[in-house]
Write a protein that binds this ligand. Structure first.
Ligand code: TRP
Length: 462
């Protein structure tokens, strides 16, 4: 488990995770969140179903794997969070930028993450109030997010909880609760997925999600899958440097990476199997619903529950567990921002937490209101929330990943990297790792970056 109160100068005596399992659980805990349950299914539905899944899996096993291993090893090597880790190797501008682009991303994600967290909270309370049928009505969700007061209110409730935890420093308590709840979430997800897959008409959705169909491929499939891979595994945002800096030399980086990837993907696929078949069973596979984007989970899941005998209970359980997964992730994201402030500016915890809170409220409110009173604002053709999501996942994370790649190949060197990794494992995938870091990774990132820019500027339509 991560311990509080580290500073960049505490080179010696930096706290460690208690054992290997503790480390895997902590990383898996930060990986599993709204990214798996909310974001993955809507992207898979939108960008081609099975083909999206295939591209996602391929990217994760090669590219994602190489990046996780790199970030963790760099963290362990330097015993520092990203900004500090980059500066161990150099103090010139590129090193500063490399560290900071990693460190700023979580600060930009947590505000809009909290907006979604607010939606989840709202649904939980609506189920507690027994509004199961009403939640399943068409248009319920769109009306809710268009209502500025409601959207802002629930966002503030969620973010208050996050900020309160930052101030009180009870993060570990929350994590302990979430470790107990996580297995429950898995069980419930298996059950709901089973139910949803066996509805009449749902099988078509199962096929759509699992069987790759090249006709559904578009270049955006790759762009979206890569962004999602970063997001879901918490890659390219400094988190894994920080976690890596807490582990001892005997934690097998290679093995723990694989374990985290399997766990994270299993949950994402379960969520896909809950949500996508439901689109086919309850909305007849309507292409508009399939492409609903961020609202997909909130539109389809209530329909599943409304059709059950005990839907209210299931709804309460489901949204409670998702809320917990969202809370722990939001807290870790915010916590990473706070420790960047503490370490880099020497601010007190209170001051850092206050600034982080301010960032959350400001950017988050803009995202929350972007579907209502601020819906005239369109940033590059996107709503404010989508814009922040795009900015971080499609632009900044590739840049952060690129910075890590350059650090690994040009500065640290693959030799030193492999030495670090071999301290704790046989490193069976060394060849693949080196090949990927040396040649493919950078080229992939640059192509993806250029295409996402070209896409928003309307130069190519994908
Ligand atoms: N991976 C998390 C998810 O799937 C989101 C996330 C990204 C995150 N970066 C993080 C969570 C850092 C905790 C810490 O929802």
């Amino acid at each position: 488990m991560k311990k509080e109160g580290h500073t960049e100068t505490a080179l010696h005596g930096r706290s460690s995770f208690s054992g290997k399992l503790g480390y895997v659980l902590a990383v898996a805990g930060s990986a599993v969140g709204l990214g798996n349950i909310w974001r993955f299914p809507y992207l898979a539905a939108k960008y081609g179903g099975g083909i999206f899944l295939l591209v996602y899996l391929l990217l994760m096993l090669t590219f994602g794997y190489a990046l996780i291993v790199s970030e963790t090893a760099l963290g362990r090597m330097t015993k520092k969070s990203p900004v500090g880790a980059f500066q161990v190797f150099g103090r010139t501008l590129p090193f500063r930028l490399g560290g900071w682009v990693n460190a700023v991303i979580p600060m930009l994600i947590v505000p809009y993450y909290s907006v979604i967290g607010g939606w989840v909270t709202k649904y939980l309370f609506a189920y507690l109030g027994g509004n199961t049928a009403k939640l399943a009505e068409d248009g319920y969700f769109t009306d809710f997010i268009a209502d500025g007061f409601q959207a802002e209110l629930w966002f503030l409730i969620f973010s208050l909880a996050v900020v309160a935890v930052l101030f009180a420093g009870v993060k570990q308590g929350v994590e302990r609760v979430s470790k107990v709840m996580m297995p429950l979430l898995v069980l419930l997800a298996v059950f709901v997925a089973g139910y949803s897959m066996t509805r009449p008409g749902a099988w078509e959705g199962v096929m759509y999600f699992l069987i790759p169909n090249p006709e559904n491929f578009s270049w955006m499939t790759v762009v979206a899958a890569m962004g999602q891979m970063f997001y879901s595994l918490s890659i390219a945002m400094g988190i894994l440097y920080t976690y890596g800096s807490y582990i001892k030399k005997d934690v097998d980086i290679e093995q723990s990476t694989i374990q985290v990837e399997i766990f994270d993907t299993a949950i994402a696929m379960l969520a896909g199997l809950m949500i996508i078949p439901a689109v086919f069973a309850f909305s007849g596979g309507d292409p508009n619903t399939l492409k609903a984007g961020p609202s997909l989970m909130f539109i389809t899941i209530p329909k599943v529950f409304a059709s059950m005998g005990f839907g209210t209970g299931a709804g309460i359980m489901f949204f409670l567990l998702v809320l917990l997964a969202a809370l722990t992730s939001a807290i870790s994201l915010a916590e990473s921002g706070v420790s960047t402030f503490e370490d880099q500016f020497g601010w007190s915890r209170r001051k850092s937490a206050m600034w982080m809170g301010l960032v959350i409220v400001l950017f988050g409110s803009a995202s929350a209101l972007g579907f209502g009173v601020l819906d005239f604002v369109s940033l590059l053709g996107m709503s404010i929330l989508d814009f922040f999501d795009f900015l971080t996942n499609s632009l900044m994370m590739p840049l952060a990943a690129l910075a890590t790649c350059f650090l690994v190949t040009r500065v640290v060197g693959l030799d030193q990297m492999t030495q670090e990794i071999e301290q704790s494992s046989a490193f069976k995938r060394k060849k693949m790792y080196c090949f990927f870091m040396r040649y493919l990774a950078k080229a992939c990132i640059v192509i993806i970056l250029l295409s996402s820019v070209a896409n928003v500027l309307g130069w190519i339509s994908m």
